[in-house]
Unconditional design. Structure first.
Ligand code: FES
Ligand SMILES: [Fe+2]
Length: 419
């Protein structure tokens, strides 16, 4: 693009020209405080957001408190067995109703003046009630409910009363979630206690892009691919073996609504290949082959990654335009061979952990990008065009970025250049 064209696009947030294979996004999209405010309102307050797994709140009275989007939630399985989510805010003066991160309770008592709520969110009692007049109606002071739906054990919440249901929102991602979870059909899945939680000085969209981006893997994670994989894991696979054009099923697909999936060849053997004949009978040969030989990395718009390999569920939330909070959990079969569990955890920790080969290096690079983005001129653009004219986009192309950023622009209703 010459300078005249660049000038014509000065007010466009995304330039998306499929004919010429141009896809550019303004660097400001990653560091503008007004964009952050718009994202909270138009994206995080409207989309379904992954919040928890049902195994974390399995029994009546089990609860979790967790920040999801911009709000603190109390998620609880009521005495009636129903899962519910509430704002963790007392209806008296706004105190925090529950200050524990998780547990089992029959009621929740606000610290400030001891108003007490049931597991179904009703105001059960107030302290020193004789001073309230007869017009005081406890039924008017239930906790504020938040929409909650779950799909195959994954709990999502949504702050928008008018939004479509979860399954509609998930769109083509339903089939991918099924592929991932069918492998454990009939087995209870559980989130292992503990999670990797960290904040980083980079925009949340940078972390989302990075989580799906195989392009950086060879340069940033050199030691993992060149040393750790062959020497510790005993895996000798080249970039072409993992996601070259020679492999049949590899590639990234647009799943609708901003979601995408990337498939790469499996290199960790935590898959029970003995199930092949059972699966072939049930799902057919092609799907079984994909289940056994490929891993899926799923991006659920706006802020969730599910990496099948461990499996890992990771969310990220912006705390400002420049700061992102990220949490990663491992979802495992409740009963499994200890050696398989150990291998799973070693893989997860050695790459995603605080001393791992992945996360620390990614954070270093992303924080660098963030600092640099702020220094670029206001009309500077960054590129996400890789793979644009290819028939099949590979995991080290950037289709997943484009899918996410197009939806991001659509949700924010920002102007776009068509090229
Ligand atoms: S603020 Fe909760 S009881 Fe007063
Ligand atoms: Fe990385």
């Amino acid at each position: 693009m010459d300078m005249t064209t660049a000038h014509a696009f000065a007010n466009q947030w995304i330039i998306d020209d499929s004919e010429d294979g141009v896809f550019s996004v303004r660097a400001k999209a990653y560091c503008d405080p007004d964009i952050y405010v718009a994202e909270q309102k138009d994206i995080f307050d409207r989309c379904w957001l992954y919040a928890a797994h049902e195994s974390e709140i399995a029994k009546p009275g089990d609860f979790l408190t967790r920040r999801v989007g911009a709000r603190e939630l109390l998620m609880v399985r009521g005495k009636d067995g129903e899962l519910r989510a509430f704002l963790n805010i007392c209806r008296h003066k706004g105190g925090t109703v529950c200050r524990e991160r998780s547990g089992n309770a029959s009621t929740f008592r606000c610290l400030y003046h001891s108003w007490t709520y049931t597991t179904q969110g009703k105001l059960a009692g107030v302290a020193l009630k004789e001073s309230y007049a007869s017009g005081f109606d406890k039924d008017r002071f239930s906790l504020y409910p938040v929409r909650l739906e779950s799909y195959r054990g994954l709990i999502f919440i949504c702050y928008d009363e008018t939004a479509d249901g979860l399954k509609q929102f998930l769109s083509g991602a339903v089939e991918v979630l099924d592929m991932i979870l069918d492998q454990y059909e009939g087995i209870d899945m559980t989130i292992l206690p503990g999670a990797y939680e960290y904040t980083m000085s980079a925009n949340w969209k940078m972390l989302m892009e990075n989580s799906m981006d195989a392009y950086h893997a060879i340069s940033v994670h050199t030691r993992f691919f060149n040393d750790y994989m062959p020497n510790v894991m005993g895996v000798k696979m080249s970039r072409n073996d993992l996601f070259g054009r020679t492999s049949e099923h590899v590639g990234v697909r647009d799943l609708g609504n901003g979601h995408s999936v990337g498939e790469i060849r499996r290199f960790a053997k935590n898959m029970d290949a003995t199930k092949r004949s059972m699966w072939e009978e049930k799902y057919g040969k092609e799907r079984t082959d994909r289940l056994i030989n490929y891993n899926r990395n799923l991006l659920l718009f706006p802020n969730t990654i599910i990496a099948e390999q461990f499996p890992m569920i990771r969310t990220c939330f912006p705390l400002s335009a420049d700061v992102t909070e990220s949490t990663s959990w491992t979802l495992v079969p409740e009963q499994e061979d200890p050696a398989i569990r150990a291998g799973r955890l070693q893989g997860f920790t050695s790459f995603q952990g605080p001393g791992g080969f992945g996360t620390p290096d990614d954070i270093e690079v992303l924080e660098q990008c963030q600092r640099n983005c702020r220094e670029l001129p206001a009309d500077a653009y960054l590129d996400s065009s890789r793979g644009m004219k290819q028939e099949v986009c590979l995991p080290d192309d950037e289709l997943q970025n484009r899918v996410m950023l197009r939806e991001w622009r659509r949700q924010l209703d920002l102007p776009m250049g068509q090229g």
